[in-house]
Design a protein around this ligand. Sequence first.
Ligand code: MN3
Length: 203
Amino acid sequence: MAFTLPPLTYGFDALEPHIDSATMKVHHDGHHAAYVNNLNKALESAPGLQNKSVEDLLANNLAAVPDSIKTAVRNNGGGHLNHTMFWAIMGPNGGGEPSGPLGEAIHSTFSTFATLKEKFNAAAMGRFGSGWAWLVKKGSGLEILSTANQDSPILEGHYPIFGLDVWEHAYYLKYQNRRAEYVTAWWNTVNWTEVEKRFLAGR
Ligand code: MN3
């Protein structure tokens, strides 16, 4: 069965003023749709893989994927998986701080939520060119990392709890070259209920 573009569960304008409606529309209907279409195209030559999950395709550095389509699946499968997460972990009335088990894990690893934000923002700002900043589950702990392009932490066996898209397509219409303003504003969109679900699922 072909992969499909998951609909946004909120309006394109729901994240205003932090992320603008025009960016959300082209990002979801344009960029994400293209990753889905190109992933499906790549898998036409490998019908045996069409029923696997994206996570299974990316696992162990694409061990199950033939060399001829490894790059296409890495980029477009990663793009599909990363954006599916991205839409889900944002929402209207977002922001604040996580509590519960995730809040405790953050305090245990980073001492304070402010320290987590500071280190995460540094990863987002330090990623040269296109990529993502992540909070991942690594072994029994939490770790911040960044990846290039559409590389998913799943490639290396790290479960992404949440991630921030720092490709220019994610912010250029509203913020132009001011990535730092976008990164700061983005925290106001985070849906911690959804992030907490991912944290518990990934344990
Ligand atoms: Mn993107």
